[in-house]
Design a protein around this ligand. Structure first.
Ligand SMILES: *Cc1c(COP(=O)(O)O)cnc(C)c1O
Length: 229
């Protein structure tokens, strides 16, 4: 089997999972965007996925993402990893959506980068779902202040929230808590409706909890040879 056939089969299988999860949740398939997380995989794979209709791509390292974004056009780039402040200017020059806004300094740095590039970058506040914000994300109680700050910065558009289910716990419970945070945010910022949740292992739970964006790597592209998180 060629790589293209492999990717086509994997995409069809993931589509089937999403369609089934939407049906089970009484939701339309068009309410959920599939982001193919292509970190560590070559641009040729991205070319194949594009041919198959995938338009949203996720990356988590600035160097790799910048290189791919320069090579490949006509897609939406989602930055899903932690952003170092010194990389923020670069990330803001190509990312359409940054899923991992977790501190004020990063909001300022992304806004500055976006302004310099003459762009507007969508940002999602990353919410810590394991109660340990040192592992990325802010505690639910701290979401409103960071969201208000981001909403007020030129160059940024507050678009919603993102979360990663902690290992070893019920993902559905974690995603339900994330959905409650998202609802609270939307009551203050009615345009911030993105709920980015769900990966290979737990996309069904995410759809059931109301996810609008799924970030799927392994199920589409295979196990990363050199897992970078
Ligand atoms: C790598 C990554 C994913 C994709 O994970 P898979 O388990 O390979 O589907 C999703 N979200 C984030 C933040 C990631 O870093």
């Amino acid at each position: 089997m060629t790589r293209a056939q492999q990717l086509a089969e994997a995409l069809a299988a993931v589509e089937q999972r999403i369609t089934a999860a939407c049906a089970a949740a009484g939701r339309g398939r068009d309410e959920v965007v599939l982001i193919a997380v292509t970190k560590t995989w070559p641009a040729t794979d991205i070319g194949v996925l594009r041919e198959l209709g995938v338009r949203d791509l996720g990356e988590n390292r600035d160097n790799e993402a910048a290189r791919k974004a320069a090579q490949i056009s006509g897609v939406r780039w989602h930055f899903v990893g932690q952003v170092q402040t010194r990389k923020a200017r670069s990330v803001a020059s190509y990312a359409d959506v940054v899923h991992s806004l977790d501190r004020r300094r990063l909001a300022d740095a992304l806004a500055t980068g976006a302004q310099r590039a003459g762009r507007t970058v969508d940002v999602l506040v990353q919410v810590s779902l394991d109660g340990d914000p040192t592992r990325g994300g802010v505690l639910p109680v701290d979401v409103p202040a960071l969201a208000d700050l981001a909403a007020g910065l030129d160059g940024l558009r507050l678009a919603g929230v993102m979360g990663v289910a902690p290992r070893g716990v019920c993902a559905r419970g974690a995603f339900d808590r994330l959905a409650a945070v998202a609802a609270g945010l939307a009551s203050q910022h009615p345009d911030a409706l993105v709920l980015s949740a769900g990966m290979t292992a737990d996309l069904e739970d995410a759809v059931a909890a109301g996810a609008t964006h799924l970030r799927v790597g392994t199920a589409l592209l295979g196990s990363r040879p050199n897992p970078l998180g």
